[in-house]
Write a protein that binds this ligand. Structure first.
Ligand SMILES: Nc1nc2c(ncn2[C@@H]2O[C@H](COP(=O)(O)OP(=O)(O)OP(=O)(O)O)[C@@H](O)[C@H]2O)c(=O)[nH]1
Ligand SMILES: [Mg+2]
Length: 375
């Protein structure tokens, strides 16, 4: 049986562990395909960047990626996207290419084509498969196809999408009917991008999947829901683990240190939910609504943005629930007897109240941005 202080220590230790795990996980994604297929644009899109943003991968009709270039996410620097050289050369040799780009470095490959997949794409996929690595075929620029077809009188979007999918499948029949994801880098929330994520979620190890979900921009309510679920599950796993593993209480545990851990956790959440100035500015531009920043009224959100939180402030901010507020007001002294009495469920409540507060604000932002109807 754990004493309440041991449980309390475990919860904050567990949160610290979760943060460490997230920061230490590495995920290397390789993006390849022929010249002009939309590789760099896809990389920009899933980093939430526009082509002319600082740090965006260069794109356009004349820019050609000749060497491998690595891009990271500002808030998840261990998730790396690799813009690989084009595969378009007539003398293309898949095995040599994979050796040159260092195949073993990558967790999975994205092979992009803006038309039917080429012989080189197929050779490459076969060589990746031989090495037992994951790969996914993306048919890009679907918005262009839809735009072109929409001029027709008998236009039916679903029919157009099925036709493109079937055409690609015929084209890839040598590959045992792989799944093909139809995407537009200009409209990630449409078409198959979410299906691609769902597939990745099933096929990647859990910690890599979590890192990917956290790193993606909040481009739809679905991705926001996934992020919220992930943070909520983490607070639960802290609860479950603490019931089964005994941890010796740390004498003189510093509450300031614990508040710092909680603040670090909430800050991770804040960025993952797209509540930082940079993400809000980008969303404002995208939906042409300059008033999104003002939606972030929650004192917790404001305080995280200003990065100045004392224990007391943190307690006042996160506790919608009076019991939580009371518990935090009891711990002004480092290592006091009362600190040791603070119950494990209280810490969890505090954690969950904070995540919930951030989640509610993020939902409100999406609502005002017109990206969701009801929440
Ligand atoms: N409409 C539309 N255009 C796209 C999309 N993705 C890329 N493009 C355009 O296609 C052109 C080539 O895109 P890039 O992302 O530079 O292609 P790339 O594969 O990186 O090209 P290289 O580096 O030269 O091999 C650019 O003009 C992009 O704006 C998309 O999803 N929709
Ligand atoms: Mg490029």
């Amino acid at each position: 049986m754990l004493t309440s202080s041991a449980e309390y220590v475990y919860v904050t230790e567990s949160v610290k562990e979760q943060l460490k795990k997230l920061d230490n996980v590495t995920l290397h994604i390789a993006v390849t395909g022929s010249t002009g297929a939309g590789k760099s644009s896809f990389i920009n899109a899933i980093r939430g960047l526009q082509p002319d943003d600082v740090n965006a991968a260069p794109t356009g009709a004349t820019e050609t990626t000749m060497t491998s270039t690595m891009y990271t996410y500002p808030t998840m620097p261990n998730v790396k996207l690799w813009d690989l050289p084009g595969t378009g050369s007539p003398k293309f040799k898949a095995k040599k290419y994979l050796k040159e780009v260092k195949l073993d470095t990558f967790d999975f490959f994205i092979i992009i084509s803006s038309e039917r997949f080429k012989e080189n794409d197929i050779m490459l996929a076969k060589a990746i498969k031989e090495k037992k690595k994951l790969f996914y075929f993306l048919r890009s620029k679907i918005d262009n196809d839809i735009q072109a077809e929409s001029q027709r009188k008998d236009f039916d979007e679903q029919k157009v999408l099925s036709q493109i999918r079937e055409d690609c499948q015929r084209n890839l029949k040598d590959m045992d009917n792989p799944e093909i994801f139809l995407i537009s880098s200009f409209e990630l929330h449409k078409y198959d991008f979410q299906t691609l994520l769902d597939t990745l979620e099933k096929q990647l190890p859990a910690h890599k999947r979590d890192a990917l979900i956290l790193s993606l921009p909040v481009y739809s309510s679905k991705i926001l829901e996934e992020k919220i679920k992930l943070f909520m599950e983490q607070t639960w796993s802290a609860a479950v683990a603490s019931g089964s593993i005994a941890v010796a209480p740390v004498p003189g545990l510093s509450m300031a240190c614990d508040a710092a851990i909680l603040l670090a956790y909430f800050t991770k959440c804040y960025y993952a939910f797209g509540l930082d100035d940079d993400s809000i500015d980008k969303l404002s531009l995208r939906v042409n609504n300059p008033s999104l920043k003002a939606v972030r009224k929650s004192p917790l959100v404001v305080a995280i943005g200003q990065k100045k939180l004392s224990n007391k402030e943190l307690s006042a901010l996160t506790s919608k629930d009076a019991a939580v507020k009371f518990a935090w007001s009891m711990v002004p002294v480092v290592g006091s007897k009362k600190t040791a009495e603070m119950s494990y469920s209280t810490t969890l409540n505090l954690l969950r109240a904070g995540v919930q507060d951030l989640a509610d604000t993020a939902k409100e932002v999406l609502k005002v941005a017109g990206l969701i109807d009801v929440y």
